[in-house]
Design a protein around this ligand. Structure first.
Ligand SMILES: *Cc1c(COP(=O)(O)O)cnc(C)c1O
Length: 392
């Protein structure tokens, strides 16, 4: 794997070496339980609390508004089920979008089975939710709006501040799955009028298996896990101290020099997009042309299957993703690409290349050298492509 070109940073990112270093003591000599009153426990407690400050500062929140969770999916589950349970007497209507991550969509589906009603707003062909449509969907029994900040497949960034303002004006709780956004683009919960926000450390070079939910003071979702008094008695279980420390370190590193990082990554993204557009015919860029994550490239290639593209890229040492990593193994095209209005056969031929801060221009050049040949090889096997060529 020495020469692997890793372009799947939306699936997960490599742990930052400084994050590993920060975590190490908590696997060895700093093994105390944060709930213990003697020194060893208190030192673990201090580590957890300083990580909470780091996470809070990164999104413009107060430390008392940050709750560590087992992952981004848990944060989504807690936010949505927690508000549904806490507010069901007020109403059972929830507003979301058609392009949410499965951690949100499947959670909403489980609530629908329990009698909640969900409006899934459509998106335009760039993947944008219109704030007007959010406003129009609000009813007297609406208790929650949950719309993601940035889409994991196509990279489109949603108008979260506008949606937040609408939610606030109507007194509806606003949750956003910001797992792809935190550490990649500026996020400020106060400026964006966000009540609850999900994040996950492994998407910004922290460890896997640790996330956090921001809950604005005054918002009270139902308790997630009953037991001890950890996380202000709202999420029981002895803290994952090493991972929490890692998340704190990773979020400070990721948001510390954000604009330089965004500039570097989006320059590579634009170079890759332009290169693909120049070298390969019959393609379509998916997602918003400008309001997109700095590292996201998503193309549909006509006449081929995304899965075969991935296999050949893998054989050539390039790690990428088609549709959505969570549904790979199934042959259904991604719900996100279908929501953009792409026909099935085009949605099937899609490829996501997601760039991270560790990627280099040399790697992108290598992909621009490999990809046109791979696409051509696959198209040469397609009878449909043959027909189109003959018509030209
Ligand atoms: C990765 C991801 C999640 C899930 O986070 P985990 O920590 O892997 O559970 C949720 N939402 C989005 C948008 C994601 O990209």
């Amino acid at each position: 794997m020495t020469n692997l070109i890793y372009l799947d940073n939306s699936a997960t990112t490599p742990l930052h070496p400084e994050v590993l270093q920060a975590m190490m003591p908590y696997f060895t000599e700093e093994y105390g339980n944060p709930s213990s009153i003697y020194g060893l426990g208190q030192s673990a407690k201090e580590a957890v609390e300083s990580a909470r400050v780091q996470v809070a500062e990164a999104i413009g929140a107060k430390p008392t508004e940050i709750y560590f969770t087992g992952c981004g999916s848990e944060a989504d589950n807690w936010a949505i089920k927690g508000i549904a349970k806490a507010r069901e007497k007020k109403g059972k209507h929830i507003i979301s979008s058609a392009i949410e991550h499965h951690a949100v969509l499947h959670t909403l589906e489980s609530l629908e089975k329990q009698g909640f009603e969900v409006t899934y707003l459509p998106v335009d062909s760039d993947g944008k939710v219109s704030p007007e449509s959010v406003k129009a969907a609000i009813r007297p029994d609406t208790i929650l709006i949950t719309i993601m900040m940035a889409n994991n497949e196509i990279g489109t960034i949603e108008p979260i501040a506008e949606i937040g303002a609408i939610a606030k004006e109507h007194g509806v709780v606003f949750h956003t799955d910001a797992v792809q956004a935190v550490g990649s683009v500026p996020v400020n919960v106060a400026e964006m009028s966000i009540d609850m926000l999900s994040m996950s450390a492994h998407k910004f070079r922290g460890p896997k298996g640790i996330g956090a939910l921001y809950v604005k003071n005054g918002i009270r979702p139902e308790i997630f896990m009953h037991g001890g008094a950890q996380e202000r008695a709202r999420r029981a279980g002895t803290e994952n101290v090493a991972s929490i420390v890692g998340m704190g370190k990773a979020i400070s590193l990721a948001t510390g020099a954000l604009s330089e990082k965004m500039q570097k990554i989006s320059a590579l993204r634009d170079y890759l997009i332009a290169g693909i557009q120049e070298k390969i015919p019959y393609i379509k860029l998916n997602g918003h042309p400008t309001d997109r994550l700095p590292g996201n490239v998503n193309f549909s290639f006509q006449f081929i299957e995304g899965e075969s593209l991935l296999l050949l890229l893998d054989l050539n040492g390039v790690a990428a993703s088609s549709g959505s990593a969570c549904t790979s193994g199934s042959l259904d095209p991604s719900h996100v690409l279908l929501a953009l209005g792409l026909p099935h056969e085009i949605a099937h031929g899609s490829l996501r290349l997601s760039i991270g801060e560790q990627n280099t221009k040399e790697e992108i050049d290598k992909v621009l050298e490999l990809l046109p040949n791979i696409v051509q090889r696959l198209r040469d096997m397609s009878p449909l492509y043959e027909q189109v060529k003959n018509q030209e």
